[in-house]
Design a protein. Structure first.
Length: 133
């Protein structure tokens, strides 16, 4: 028997799963996660289908997809000229970060280094990859 309360239903399902990423984005926003093994990056795409209204700031919890420490978290948006380095907390197999409100589209890149290695090489992404043309 499912509980009647939406939050109870959510927790009865999600609390038993080991999800790669969880956010508190509104229901008008979808998130997709991709792994880029060559650069040891986890890429999270956010699409806000209610483009006339920015989302509030989003809390994002990501399970690192590679061995090694999280070296940095960067936010890219078509609304900004330059990427933004985000503050994050990484511990107990999770990386928690606050993502700025999303207008139409935003992307978060979580970069990881190898155990005991230097930071990964840059992915080569810049704001020009997201310009409005």
């Amino acid at each position: 028997v499912l509980p009647r309360n939406h939050l109870e239903i959510y927790h009865s399902i999600v609390d038993w799963l080991t999800l790669s990423a969880v956010s508190d984005a509104p229901l008008t926003t979808v998130m997709e996660i991709l792994r880029r093994p060559e650069t040891r990056e986890t890429i999270l795409h956010f699409v806000n289908f209610e483009k006339s209204k920015r989302t509030p700031e989003i809390q994002l919890t990501v399970r690192p997809q590679f061995d090694g420490d999280v070296k940095g978290v960067t936010y890219f948006s078509a609304e900004a000229d330059e990427p933004v380095d985000l503050k994050f907390e990484a511990s107990a197999g999770k990386c928690v970060v606050r993502v700025p409100g999303v207008g139409g589209y935003g992307m978060v890149v979580v970069a990881q280094g190898r155990m005991g290695a230097l930071a990964p090489s840059p992915s080569g992404l810049s704001a020009r990859h997201f310009s409005r043309r």
